[in-house]
Ligand binder design. Structure first.
Ligand SMILES: *Cc1c(COP(=O)(O)O)cnc(C)c1O
Length: 363
């Protein structure tokens, strides 16, 4: 009996990208094997976290790194660290209402919802959320105006979910924070470049283990040793509630090693994978398919399908509710378009998607 029928759940084809609601990434067998080794043995977990952190830091040529349970958990603990520093009393009383020194500044256009709102995650870390600027515009002056003696950190969200126009770029945001002697936390959950924001000078940069890195459910923090050492202290506080298992510590470390050693598919190779699929779609009446690059500028190529005769929203919905549930990127369905993300779709699944689109259009 397969896993879908055992639990009466639907088979899913994930053409939407690294979506938490679908479980993130498809984890490779080699990584699953390492998770098994982690699960089946004992470790001194703090030591394991320290040593895997050093191992990854060496791979990436950064000062320090630390595995956590998720990017969300990493953001919360990084904020907790800014508020508590290494003060044990503060760590144990993170939400102490008499402590006002907990303001974290974020561009208003970055306070997005990725499944939960960024501000919920910030408050979990103890922050008083201070939004700078407006939804469509955040100048450096509007950030400056938010900084006062209670500010403990600035948070930058690098994501396709964010408003892209009118926002400061990461480097000027970091430079501004440093001019005020404040640390910068970068949420780069779905980004694939593990060095870029660290090299720009951010104190810590947070990645989701199960997005670009194709690891098990986990998170990775990369950053300056002094700051990561403060984050580790949260393990005695909120960190305990969001602990990462030994299986995922070992699994993610291996996934990162694979990720760094395996060349990623080039833009051309990704276009090649989509060639036949787009060609077939373009034969259908009222359908135009072409390759487009990721809206947040990552080196990801997707098929953008425009439906000229039928409602793209309804098509996306029908795809989700067939025998196999097919999830596409439907952020722009209201504009008549859906996108197919093939990072976790194999060639057989790609053909299933094509046939299902054809079937829906003919129905
Ligand atoms: C996915 C995501 C997160 C959360 O990552 P998890 O590992 O699922 O906690 C945080 N921020 C952004 C912008 C994301 O896209």
């Amino acid at each position: 009996m397969n896993i879908y029928s055992k639990y009466h759940v639907s088979r899913v084809i994930n053409a939407s990208g690294k979506m938490t609601i679908l479980g993130g990434s498809r984890v490779q067998d080699k990584v699953i094997e390492q998770c098994g080794i982690g699960a089946g043995n004992f470790f001194e977990v703090k030591d394991l976290l320290d040593k895997t952190g050093e191992y990854i830091a060496n791979l990436l040529d950064v000062e320090s790194s630390y595995i956590v349970n998720s990017a969300s958990g990493g953001i919360a603990q990084a904020i907790g660290a800014a508020i508590c520093q290494d003060n044990y009393q503060k760590i144990m009383n993170l939400y102490d209402p008499t402590n006002n020194k907990r303001e974290v500044v974020i561009c208003k256009g970055h306070n997005v919802n990725y499944g939960t709102a960024v501000e919920v995650t910030m408050r979990l870390g103890g922050a008083k959320v201070v939004e700078a600027g407006y939804a469509n515009e955040c100048t450096l002056d509007s950030i400056k105006a938010c900084i006062n003696e209670n500010t403990v950190a600035l948070l930058y969200i690098k994501s396709h979910h964010c408003v892209q126009k009118g926002m400061p770029d990461v480097q000027e945001f970091i430079d501004l924070a440093h001019a005020y002697d404040l640390p910068v936390i970068v949420d780069a959950a779905a980004e694939g470049d593990l060095k870029k924001y660290y090299q720009m000078g951010a104190e810590c940069v947070i990645y989701s283990g199960t997005k670009a890195l194709c690891g098990p459910t986990s998170g990775l923090i990369v950053g300056k040793k002094s700051y990561i050492d403060l984050i580790k202290k949260q393990y005695a506080g909120i960190g305990r509630i969001m602990k990462v298992g030994k299986e995922n510590i070992i699994g993610l470390t291996y996934a990162i090693e694979e990720y760094m050693n395996q060349p990623q598919l080039t833009i051309e190779q990704q276009k090649d994978r989509l060639k036949e699929f787009n060609h077939l779609l373009n034969q259908l009446d009222g359908v135009q398919a072409k390759c487009v690059q990721d809206g947040a500028g990552r080196p990801i190529i997707r098929s953008e399908i425009t439906f000229t005769h039928q409602d793209a929203k309804k098509i996306a919905q029908s795809l989700k509710t067939g025998e196999v549930h097919i999830y596409t990127r439907d952020y722009k369905a209201n504009l008549g378009q859906i996108e197919i993300d093939i990072r976790d779709v194999d060639d057989e699944e790609l053909m299933i998607i094509y046939h299902r689109i054809q079937e829906i259009l003919e129905a």
